[in-house]
Design a protein around this ligand. Sequence first.
Ligand code: B12
Ligand code: SF4
Length: 503
Amino acid sequence: MRILLASPESNVWNSRKHIHMGLGYLAGSLLAHGYDVDLWDAAVEEEYESLEARLRRERYDVVGISAPTPLIPNAWEAAATAKKYGAITILGGPHLTLMPHESMEKPQVDLVVRGEAEYTIIEIMQALEREQEIARHQPAPPAPAADPDAPSPRLFHPEAGWGSILGLSWRDLDGKIQHNLDRPLVDDIDAIPFPAHHLFKIERYTNLNPLTDGLDMNARAYTIVTSRGCPFKCTYCSKPVTGDTWRGRSVDNVIAEWEWLVKDLGATEIGVTDDIWNLDRNRAKELCRALIKANLNHVPWVTIHGMKVNNTDAELFQLMKQAGCKRVGFGVENGDDWMLRHVIKKGQTVDMVRQAFKWAKAAKLQTMGFFIFGMPGETEESMEKTIRLALELDPDLAHFMMAAPFPGTEMWETLKKHGDVFSDQMDWSQLAIQDDKAHFAFGDLDKETVERKWHEAHRRFYLRPRRIARIAARRDTWRRFPYYLKTAASMLLGFGEREKAAA
Ligand code: B12
Ligand code: SF4
């Protein structure tokens, strides 16, 4: 049985293209069980060959499509295309874990998988094999389509064992949608096969931080997940798949994958994409020592997402530097302690942030800060404090984002209770976090003010003479000048859509 795993893409501005580890893990699991699997990632395929063209050129029995919330409309579209070419369609990923029923109501979606899926996907393939056997004797009727031009949803024989696959949503022979019990998080994550890194067309992906390192389309930038989950509950954070418990891989298991990336696949940069890489500080230090011992510290690596400021110390940053780490990213979020404590609930203070940056800079690591604007309860004054903190910390890269309410988060619940912007007709594609539009107004704070402060943050941070001089002195700035101009247009010089309309 041939399987294509696909990631659709929105037209949201994004500075980088990273490999999709969810699909990589699923492909790794399928290969380990002897299945024939290919990847199609719109981020790097679309300009060469559309999904439709691929499906026309090659026949796949199953097409699996991944979607975070803002990409779900693209995923439905991709499923409709796959269905046209006769494939069984499976959707999975964060949005499907949150809202499986919504997608099961689409006739072009045959199966929905909730949660981690390395084991679920194998059980699905096995059930499909049993299903083929059964269908030889008693074929399942297609469900009648309301619209004769619409695709018919696929119905499945319960005897094939569909009902016992945890984390699966499917349709029985009466066309009734069945949501099986949830699948518990995988306990022993060392037992999961490595992601199929070798299947990615790695030279088409960008380096991990093109904004500071140049847009190198030929970088061999891989990512690695050394742990899954996070016990914190920041009110904006959506982590439906990896969950609220932290599960670390053993140091030996991580080193084995790292060695494969460096020695066999020629990685030139590695990104650690854990939710919270340093929850267990001792393990983080052990991992650094092991990278040094295994001579893997000559390939630079960065923490893309997961450093929490209050799980750090000076020794950790020094060890990271010796282990080859080039840059650390921190969720700073806000410059106002009241906001951090009562609204964001991040379990950190502004002083903790200052201390972590000091240690990281002393270890000669580059720094990156993530800042959020427009959380419920935010004021113009708290946003001003955030801008001032960004200027004071002066990271090499500051990511300013506008709060995006994902279902399942505390922020979503707050807005549902008090806000008036939500309905069942939500346009999910509007929830992209790298967009230049505020996603909601709350209390006295209107969208225009949030957008104005967000643009102001970019201008005040990036247009400082010292900063411009630093960027101008870099050789690759001039190599990628057109790309810089495009970024500047949307973030530095631009106005939000609403500001433009009001002007
Ligand atoms: C690295 C990362 C990125 C990278 C790489 C993107 C990628 N697609 O992997 C970059 C920077 C490019 C990125 C971009 C975006 N990201 Co991102 N990203 C992450 C991060 C930190 C790690 C992803 C990861 O490796 N997870 C580990 C793997 C094992 O889990 P997984 O991908 O969920 O896959 C498992 C299951 O979901 C399931 N599954 C997934 N796909 C499928 C498909 C099928 C058919 C099946 C059966 C199962 C299945 O099986 C997989 C194995 O168990 C996560 C946080 C997190 N912990 O997941 C955020 C996260 C996924 N990102 C998020 C968002 C919002 C985005 C953007 C939409 C941001 C934007 N522009 O607005 C874009 C979308 C880009 C895209 N095409 O997907 C949100 C999604 C929230 C939500 N409710 O949907 C997360 C959860 C962060 C957060 N806490 O808010 N991201
Ligand atoms: S933002 Fe980071 S620390 Fe907070 S809950 Fe999400 S993963 Fe955990």
